[in-house]
Design a protein around this ligand. Structure first.
Ligand SMILES: Nc1ncnc2c1ncn2[C@@H]1O[C@H](COP(=O)(O)OP(=O)(O)OP(=O)(O)O)[C@@H](O)[C@H]1O
Length: 362
């Protein structure tokens, strides 16, 4: 007889696990898949060490079934390690990120933060994190108190771009103290993980992590913030939805390159924000043009003017065009955003920041 899910569940139910009960009675088994003798499932819902401790016995019990050819049990990286432990344990390990979201009544203000602005894009790789980090630095130089939250949970790049790598401290095992880099108050899930460690989280874990980064981080650690910029992951998924549902978001800035394929996705991001009733503060065209440093010839690698035209068509403000510039890439890789220095690229970001200040958006 072919192996069934029911047989696997009954076998898991027969194994007592460390901490008491079974993985089934404690509702720790997710995404069970059984096909042609191959069994896969995720263990989630308890502190990670506890899940790791029960994994071998569960694997052995399933392997012992006659029809089984292979078993894969995944314990997601960064499962709620510290959250289930004592404050002292969490203090020793540092705060942990990830876990199921806590019930919350409606969108809330983030304590110590005047305004929250999301920086989004539809497509990946268009320079959203580059714009977010440089805008944060430019706004700081314009005299504003700025926070920067890296919500790109699957590909956090702000620690590197902002030159920050210290693991945030947690004096009580709950509150997370943000870092400060180039005058910007900074928090990223990347600061809680090893640089090459992958985040293997499904929706609820992401949403829990977002909630923690918004409300467990002491955003006013270095003084109350005029604005918290949130660098979103590309697309229109769980993180964006959580953000719009859990916080009072003041607005969104959309970054796109001028090419059609990026604009198409940018329109989807705009549609999402509009449907979630988040005002769009404007569109930024990144990688707008390239001026050869040797001969001065200007080329439009990804087209030109597409974002301004799209903004006009949608009746939204166009905030500015930023060129492709080697210095921007080098500065980001080196951990000092180009906006922290001098020159045309820094001036471009200063103008972008001033435009937002002048329109009273920050
Ligand atoms: N104007 C620019 N000139 C030169 N390089 C740029 C520019 N904007 C971004 N880059 C480079 O392009 C790469 C992608 O940028 P970035 O990580 O900011 O994009 P993203 O949209 O945030 O990507 P992801 O989808 O991974 O979140 C980086 O190496 C960055 O340094």
């Amino acid at each position: 007889m072919a192996l069934s899910k029911e047989t696997v569940l009954a076998t898991l139910q027969s194994v007592e696990v460390p901490g008491g009960g079974t993985a089934i009675s404690r509702d720790l088994v997710r995404a069970l898949a059984v096909q042609n003798g191959v069994v896969r499932f995720v263990l989630e819902g308890a502190p990670q060490p506890e899940l790791e401790a029960m994994r071998p016995a569960l694997e052995a019990a399933i392997k012992a079934l006659p029809e089984v050819t292979s078993v894969t049990v995944v314990v997601p990286a960064g499962a709620p390690r510290g959250l289930g432990g004592t404050a002292q344990q969490s203090q020793q390990r540092g705060p942990a990120i990830g876990g199921h979201p806590k019930p919350q009544q409606g969108p809330q203000k983030v304590p110590g933060v005047k305004k929250i602005i999301a920086v989004g894009s539809g497509k990946g790789g268009v320079g959203k994190s580059t714009v977010a980090s440089n805008l944060a630095v430019a706004l700081t130089r314009a005299g504003k108190k700025v926070g920067l939250l890296d919500a790109d949970i699957y590909g956090p790049s702000l620690p590197r771009m902002m030159g920050a790598s210290k693991r945030p401290a947690s004096p009580d095992g709950q509150t997370i103290l943000p870092l400060q880099a180039h005058g910007v108050t900074l928090m990223s899930v990347g600061l809680m993980l090893k640089e090459s460690e992958a985040v293997i989280w499904r929706g609820p874990m992401l949403m829990g992590a977002m909630q923690q980064m918004l409300f467990q981080v002491k955003w006013d650690e270095y003084g109350p913030l005029d604005v918290l910029l949130i660098d979103l992951p590309p697309g229109t998924g769980d993180v964006q939805l959580t953000l719009c549902q859990k916080t009072e978001l003041d607005g969104a800035i959309i970054v796109s390159t001028p090419q059609d394929v990026a604009l198409l996705d940018a329109k989807k991001a705009i549609d999402m924000f509009q449907r979630l009733k988040t005002p769009i503060h404007g569109l930024v065209e990144n990688m707008s043009s390239y001026v050869c440093p040797n001969c001065g010839h200007e080329a439009h690698l990804f087209g030109h003017g597409g974002v301004a035209a799209e903004a006009k068509a949608l009746g939204l403000p166009f905030l500015g065009a930023l060129p492709v510039d080697l210095d921007v890439r080098l500065a980001g890789d080196a951990g000092t955003p180009v906006a922290a220095g001098e020159g045309p690229a820094a001036e471009g970001y200063a103008a972008l920041a001033q435009g937002l200040v002048d329109r009273d958006l920050i």
